[in-house]
Design a protein around this ligand. Structure first.
Ligand code: IVH
Length: 700
């Protein structure tokens, strides 16, 4: 889409703009077009080519600079400005969106013979000896339809029933690889309707699922469901956070500008993929290949299947399309499928098996997870025998009984899951699954709160939990104590050498030395690893404590908020909720943890054993323009990120407060400031200022 010469001049433009930003010499009127052009170019490099030319923070500088100009000069706003992806507020409903051309599905084929038969029929109909085919991946996501008119994105829709979908333009705009404007006019086009697939790549899918699991929620089954679900979220900001991607692979309709000829690229399917690419869409131009005859097509399908697991996103097959569009028209369609295309589906990553038993496992936080034990079956090269069911509701929802035949799916490297049971083939000998009322390990009574889906063992001395807490404490991302893994912890526990977390720092080395398999070398290494762990920064220790809902990110926020870990014992629920990204649920869990005397005792023991509970940085109270003043931030600031602003306060001797109270001197309010602002307005001693005013205090 960008010629080499253009790339060069856009890069020069970028450098010049960055320089102006730095020197605060950006001119709203003269630079706004350049900023937009540069941002679009870098979005293209990043999201389409996967080959960025500038650092993220440089992009952010340009973006913020554009945002600032647009805020000050609303008259200069355009609907396709790179800033216009971000929508504020919530979507109420998705209105119906009739497709210009119905979205048909493809006929499926599963083996070589299916393809050979399909090719023969097509040749008969076309009265041709050989047909030219274009072959490309079948993306496993959620299908969408986009309409562009007069060079602008006019509408985005889901497939719906194929005739009418839901209008989801706002959500589509959150997908960075979907351009907001394209130069249709340069190709003689006034309008196009295009089809594509929205997906969540494997890495982002995993990240998202890890977050769900961290919150004790059942993870999503596969990236396809995740993509489809994401498109229907009513909060566009959340959609944006999911990092969706889109491949566009089909022009279903176009209208030319008055008098303009049909562009040459629109004579073939591969040409239309190239046209889409030139316009700035992510179309499968690199993945597609053209072949004459079905034999070569089959070979390419097999080759691609081999590469399946190496791709960053999921595909579930290949799509074979007749390349000449005129021939496509001639072949037409059946009631359900076009005759000019077929899907070749890869070997299923599904299999049926028998549900033999349910095991109930106790987690680190006492949650009871039912795990299905199935007759082991190979799925996509891995033998699956155990499948987590997450909670009781899942068992009910899927109507599972012991002895049932179940359909199991394993998408890529995703954890396997039970799609459904097959009640049709029940024999009558199946047994209902009885959820235990007592902990399978310590036999204490299980409890379930109304706001949760899981049953829990609340006995914090429950052996299962004690062991898992220690295993988590020593794990790589926590205190990283190598040599003290799961098996050794279990062994030391069974031998009575280790009973709780502080015990890790008081291991009876004399006794361990006499154990078989514990040479002097491994002892020294273990001792060294344990000693070294005492120096881990506070956020690691917080994460290692395994407080419910406190993952690595929240742990960092917490570490930043106090001078000493035990300060949290003095925090109110409200104080906790005022921390960045700490919602009521997380705050409740942290509050409980620091109001449990056993936990406080454990932390005191750890400190006495030499672990660092102090936040070193907090001690260095700087002297500066903000000394003696207290600050709190709310809402989104125009240029500073929250943590940058907070760092400025501390670096200049100011103090950050967690909530609005009479102790507060300044509330720095940004856009979409909420309850804190309202509260502060009621306390007359608090000065409410904006970012610019804050910065002038800092630089006074
Ligand atoms: S072509 C009329 N090409 O697979 C033909 N579809 O049932 C339009 N899909 O609903 C579809 N990758 O969501 C086509 N490269 C590709 C595709 C693809 C994925 C999806 C699409 C469609 C389903 C087939």
């Amino acid at each position: 889409m960008y010629a080499t010469g253009q790339t060069k001049s856009l890069q020069q433009l970028t450098t010049a703009l960055l320089d102006k930003v730095k020197k605060e010499k950006i001119s709203p009127k003269d630079d706004i077009a350049g900023l937009r052009e540069a941002l679009r170019f870098h979005e293209y490099r990043y999201y389409i080519l996967n080959d960025p030319l500038i650092a993220d923070f440089e992009y952010d500088q340009l973006y913020k600079s554009l945002e600032k100009i647009e805020a000050q000069h609303p008259e200069l706003l355009t609907s396709d400005s790179p800033t216009m992806r971000v929508a504020k507020g919530l979507t109420k409903e998705f209105p119906p969106a009739p497709h210009l051309v119905p979205m048909l599905s493809l006929e499926n084929s599963y083996n070589e013979q299916d393809l050979i038969d399909w090719d023969r029929k097509a040749r008969e109909l076309a009265k041709a000896n050989q047909i030219e085919y274009c072959v490309e991946p079948k993306f496993d996501g959620a299908s969408i339809s986009l309409i562009y008119e007069n060079d602008l994105l006019a509408r985005g829709a889901t497939r719906g029933n194929g005739v009418t979908g839901d209008e989801i333009t706002i959500n589509i705009k959150q997908i960075r690889s979907v351009p907001l404007s394209v130069k249709l006019s340069e190709y003689g086009l006034q309008q196009i309707e295009i089809r594509g697939e929205v997906l969540l790549n494997k890495a982002n899918f995993k990240k998202y699922n890890d977050q769900l699991v961290e919150q004790n929620l059942p993870p999503l089954a596969n990236p396809r469901n995740a993509a489809a679900g994401s498109l229907r979220i009513k909060d566009p900001k959340e959609v944006s956070r999911r990092n969706l991607e889109a491949f566009l692979y089909h022009i279903s309709h176009y209208a030319t500008l008055p008098g303009a000829p049909v562009h040459k690229l629109l004579e073939t399917h591969s040409g239309s993929l190239e046209l889409l690419w030139e316009l700035g869409f992510r179309s499968p131009v690199k993945e597609k290949q053209i072949f004459k005859g079905i034999e070569a097509v089959i070979k390419y399908c097999h080759e691609f299947e081999e590469k399946r697991d190496d791709l960053p996103y999921e595909i579930d097959g290949m799509v074979i399309k007749v390349n000449q569009l005129e021939l496509q028209d001639q072949l037409g369609m059946t009631t359900h499928h076009p005759r000019w295309a077929i899907a070749y589906k890869f070997a299923a990553r599904q299999a049926t098996s028998k549900l033999k038993a349910i095991e109930f496992q106790v987690g680190r936080t006492g949650s009871i997870t039912p795990v299905a034990k199935i007759e082991p079956v190979p799925i996509g090269g891995v033998t699956v025998g155990s499948i987590s069911l997450f909670n009781e509701e899942v068992i009910r929802e899927k109507d599972l009984m012991i002895g049932d035949t179940v359909l199991v799916e394993r998408a890529g490297d995703v954890i396997p899951y039970i799609v459904k049971s097959l009640p049709e083939v029940r024999t009558g000998k199946e047994q209902a699954i009885v959820f235990p009322t007592k902990c399978p390990v310590c036999h204490d009574k299980l409890v379930k709160t109304p706001d949760e889906a899981v049953w829990r063992c609340v006995n914090i001395s429950c052996e299962a939990q004690v062991l898992l807490r220690m295993i988590h404490f020593t794990s790589k991302d926590a205190m990283d104590i190598r040599g003290l893994g799961e098996a050794i912890i279990q062994k030391f526990y069974d031998l009575g050498f280790l009973k709780d977390i502080p015990g890790i720092y008081e291991l009876p080395y004399d006794k361990i030395r006499s154990l078989e398999g514990f040479g002097e070398k491994s002892m020294t290494n273990l001792q060294a690893a344990i000693t070294a762990s005492k120096e881990q920064p506070l956020h690691r220790l917080i994460y290692a404590l395994g407080i419910r809902y406190v993952g690595e990110t929240t742990a960092k926020t917490l570490a930043h908020a106090v001078k000493h870990l035990l300060d949290f014992a003095q925090f109110s629920l409200e104080d906790l909720k005022n921390l960045e990204d700490v919602g009521p649920k997380v705050a409740g869990s942290i509050y409980q943890f620091f109001h449990n005397p056993d936990n406080i005792h454990m932390l005191q023991q750890l400190e006495a054993l030499g672990l660092k509970l102090k936040n070193d940085k907090k001690d260095l109270v700087a002297d500066g323009n903000l000394t003696g003043q207290t600050f709190l931030f709310t809402g989104t600031l125009p240029t500073l990120k929250r943590n940058e602003a907070e760092a400025l306060v501390e670096a200049n001797g100011g103090k950050l407060l967690g909530s609005v109270s009479s102790k507060l001197n300044y509330l720095v309010a940004g856009e979409e400031a909420g309850s804190k602002l309202e509260k502060a307005k009621k306390i007359t001693s608090i000065k409410i200022i904006n970012e610019a005013e804050f910065l002038s205090l800092v630089n006074r």
